[in-house]
Design a protein around this ligand. Structure first.
Ligand code: HEM
Ligand SMILES: *[C@@H]1O[C@H](CO)[C@@H](O)[C@H](O)[C@H]1NC(C)=O
Ligand SMILES: *[C@@H]1O[C@H](CO)[C@@H](O)[C@H](O)[C@H]1NC(C)=O
Ligand SMILES: *[C@@H]1O[C@H](CO)[C@@H](O)[C@H](O)[C@H]1NC(C)=O
Length: 375
């Protein structure tokens, strides 16, 4: 299942970018110097397949990709992996003369037996092993493949960003040191310091956490895998930023776990780190700003992900292959709302400069959230 899903990610990009060319072509400078994105889509490749929904694809394997589940678990895990590879980078360790990690270098795949055993990487082994055969088959570096898969994944979330994709990272890496990936139980001071040490300030950190709008947990409370961080984990909308500011009242699973906070909705999971960053005076206004400005959120994520994807790399030495990343579906997302059953009095607004927006509540009985099904 996992392999099939990633094959679909890869195949779709190939079909969009070049019709019948091999995946390795995506990484070739000369190919993209000659063929534009539009031309490639218009040119009819040989063996096109007609899918059951009437859409056509360059290969029948792409049909399942059109049919649904596009912004599901596989995508979420691929996006998380971009972070867990890249954040293995420490300027302060380097200043002490130690190896501080190579950033977005693919080391989490090359040295999976070391890095996936770090506590904060719990669960990433699945997506590492699912992606590895594709990187090997297409002879592209692990670092490139991880960022490619994350970008393709986000493009399949309705309302999502179209992330830049640069190719050409070296495949040579060393295992990252442990303790560089933030934990949900870490205090905000610790998370902000760790992020700063990797080149991301407080505002950048909030911008990176836009990722949690398409996210769920499996391992903080392992009794309820797939429990999402907002009510719309398949949509790249602003609901996450509303719902994290609601007063919490329940634990969705088996009691309180390390790194967990009370959640406002049945079936929804709240990380302690998201709870605190949403309310910290340094980050609260950036957090709240996305609630009424989805296009700002999309742009901010594109900007900060461009930097995350090149931590430890020289972007000028890489080749811009962004045209292989599909253009996300343009959808008219409904404005952010308070979940049904909630009112403005339930909001724990924390931005001093700007009052919490006067959102409407969704109609109907109290919102409950369904798990993200396993891919
Ligand atoms: C800054 C501190 C961060 C902390 C403490 C944190 C923590 C977590 C935790 C504990 C989970 C649940 C993992 C599990 O139980 O399966 C999670 C999921 C996730 N995180 Fe983060 N995260 C952070 C930043 C980021 C960033 C920067 C990104 C990407 C740019 C990201 C993307 C994701 C995604 C997409 C998931 C969902 C994975 C899935 O549904 O399978 N996170 N995060
Ligand atoms: C990348 O390195 C791994 C070993 O870590 C190797 O198996 C793989 O073939 C390499 N890929 C490329 C494109 O050099
Ligand atoms: C795989 O990639 C490496 C590094 O880019 C290159 O040296 C090697 O010739 C490639 N192998 C194949 C089979 O294309
Ligand atoms: C729930 O938590 C208790 C301890 O807090 C543990 O003994 C039990 O196995 C857990 N149940 C599940 C389903 O994980």
């Amino acid at each position: 299942m996992k392999d099939a899903a990633i094959n679909r990610q890869v195949s779709l990009s190939i079909s969009l970018a070049s019709g019948h060319f091999q995946v390795a072509d995506m990484f070739s400078k000369s190919f993209f110097a000659l063929v534009t994105f539009t031309m490639a889509v218009v040119a009819a490749p040989p063996r096109r397949a007609v899918c059951s929904n009437g859409r056509t694809a360059s290969d029948a394997a792409c049909c399942a990709w059109f049919d649904g589940g596009e912004c599901g678990e596989e995508t979420h895990e691929s996006l998380r992996l971009t972070f867990h590879d890249a954040i293995g980078f420490s300027k302060s360790l380097a200043r002490e003369g130690k190896f501080g990690g190579g950033g977005a270098d693919g080391s989490i795949m090359a040295f999976a037996e070391i890095e996936t055993n770090f506590h904060a990487n719990n669960g990433v082994d699945e997506i590492v092993e699912a992606q590895r055969p594709f990187a090997l088959k297409h002879n592209v570096s692990f670092g490139d493949f991880i960022q490619f898969a994350g970008a393709v994944g986000v493009s399949n979330c309705a309302g999502g960003s179209r992330l830049q994709f640069l190719a050409g990272r070296s495949n040579v890496s060393q295992a990252s040191p442990d303790l560089l990936v933030p934990e949900p139980s870490d205090a905000t001071d610790k998370i902000f310091a760790r992020m700063e040490d990797a080149g991301f300030n407080v505002i950048d950190t909030v911008d990176l956490l836009i990722s949690h709008t398409v996210a769920a947990q499996d391992h903080v409370d392992s009794s309820i895998p797939g429990t999402p961080f907002d009510s719309t984990p398949g949509t790249f909308d602003s609901q996450f930023f509303v719902e994290t500011l609601l007063a919490g009242s329940l634990f969705p699973g088996n009691g309180s776990n390390v790194g967990e906070e009370l959640s406002p909705l049945a079936g929804e999971f709240r990380l302690q780190s998201d709870f605190e960053i949403a309310r910290d005076a340094r980050s609260a206004c950036e957090w709240q700003s996305f609630i009424t400005d989805h296009s700002l959120m999309v742009r901010k994520f594109e900007g900060v992900m461009q930097r995350l994807a090149t931590v430890g790399q020289n972007p000028r030495a890489l080749t811009d292959c962004s045209e292989v990343i599909p253009v996300p579906k343009t959808v008219q997302l409904p404005p952010a709302t308070l979940p049904a059953g909630k009112a403005l009095k339930d909001v724990q607004g924390a931005c001093r400069a700007t009052p919490f927006p006067r959102l409407k509540a969704a109609p109907g009985p109290a919102t409950t959230v369904s798990p993200v099904p396993p891919s």
